[in-house]
Design a binder for this molecule. Structure first.
Ligand code: NDP
Ligand code: OXD
Length: 320
């Protein structure tokens, strides 16, 4: 390397990608978005020049704290409960969670696919086909069904808007009261039973926090319509699994589509694998599309550089 290029590198801003997998593809995308940055994939250490930005998924112990001059932590995930629980990110450092159009579009596709398949009895017809049974079922229109969406954030809101567009009676519950045209909105713990009462479909898109852990239990499932369908694309820790299985066994729930679990990968001995009323997928409802995520993260880094407010900063007191 020439002296001139060494001096140029020394003047560049630095970004460290602390991905557990192969970070090279991500690094290339960042280099294209931030050509004036030195994008590192090797752990910087004490004594190295400052590295103000880190992009991180599930950090290995000590990785974040070892970065000199860190100012902003950019999460590779939308849910950041593991990052907070790891204790790896010092209190004073802002954490930005991942919010981008790719996640919102992917989540809407997955949730709507599950909801419509249940609504139009497609799961049931697949079962009947396997038994060679020609058995038309009573069919309803969307406007004869009620859906409750838990969470009205980056993912919950667009999902609720899709349900409204399709004609479903749509209830949305969040911590604060939202206004979503065509939907009825509810807020706070007191209003949860009202939001969920009589719902044919319950969709969970909450973050996992101290307040939302174990929220989906026997009491909540009891207020749904008999034979309701439950869709969980948020976190396994929201659900009391024993209560979910009891509701499926009793017929209170006619089915559940589960993308997330308390332990992932779901252990092979877990009864959810074999339950005839459970459809499960391996945490793929809204996969990260790296090219879109990098554009959003790079834009946030630019904002930070220019002293503008950074978007989607986690409120640590709320846990999301
Ligand atoms: P946001 O932070 O944008 O939205 C969270 C929503 O939940 C907000 O509407 C918030 O209310 C509400 N909420 C938070 N706490 C409470 C509470 N105590 N009571 C009632 N409502 C509450 O999150 P996202 O929409 O981006 O993501 C939601 C979750 O989806 C993620 O945390 C993650 O767990 C999961 N996820 C799953 C993926 C998958 O592939 N399966 C992929 C990506 C994310 P308010 O609006 O009032 O603040
Ligand atoms: C998540 C993600 O938070 O995959 O689940 O981003």
């Amino acid at each position: 390397m020439t002296q001139a290029s060494r001096t140029m590198l020394a003047d560049m801003k630095r970004l460290f990608i602390a991905s557990r997998g192969n970070p090279e593809h991500l690094a290339q995308l960042f280099r294209a978005e931030l050509p004036d940055f030195d994008v590192l994939t090797e752990q910087p250490k004490d004594g190295d020049a400052d590295v103000p930005y880190i992009v991180v998924g599930r950090p290995l112990p000590g990785v974040v704290r070892a970065v000199p001059g860190l100012k902003l932590v950019l999460s590779l995930n939308a849910g950041i409960e593991h990052l907070l629980a790891s204790g790896e990110v010092p209190e004073e450092l802002p954490i930005v969670r991942l919010v981008d159009d790719g996640l919102a579009l992917g989540m809407a596709e997955w949730v709507l696919a599950q909801a419509l398949a249940w609504h139009r009895n497609l799961f049931l017809y697949a079962e009947l086909q396997s038994k060679g049974e020609w058995a038309p079922q009573p069919e309803k229109l969307a406007n004869e069904r009620k859906v409750t969406v838990l969470g009205a954030g980056a993912l919950g809101r667009p999902v609720a808007e899709h349900f409204v567009r399709l004609g479903f009676g749509t209830h949305v519950w969040a911590r604060s009261r939202h206004s979503i045209p065509g939907a009825s909105t509810f807020s706070g713990t007191d209003q949860l039973p009202e939001a969920a009462r009589g719902a044919d479909i319950l969709v969970n898109l909450l973050p996992l926090t101290a307040e939302t852990a174990d929220l989906i239990d026997a009491d909540l499932l009891a207020v749904l319509a008999d034979g309701a369908f439950f869709i969980n694309a948020a976190r396994g820790g929201h659900v009391v699994d024993a209560d979910l299985i009891a509701a499926l066994d009793s017929g209170k729930l006619s089915g559940a589509a589960l993308d997330v679990f308390r332990t992932e990968p779901l252990p092979i001995e877990d009864p959810l694998w074999q339950h005839p009323r459970v459809r499960l997928s391996p945490h793929v409802a809204a996969p990260t599309h790296q090219h879109m995520a990098v554009k959003e993260m790079a834009a946030n880094i630019r904002r930070f550089e220019q002293g503008e407010p950074v978007r989607n900063v986690v409120d640590r007191s709320l846990g999301y």
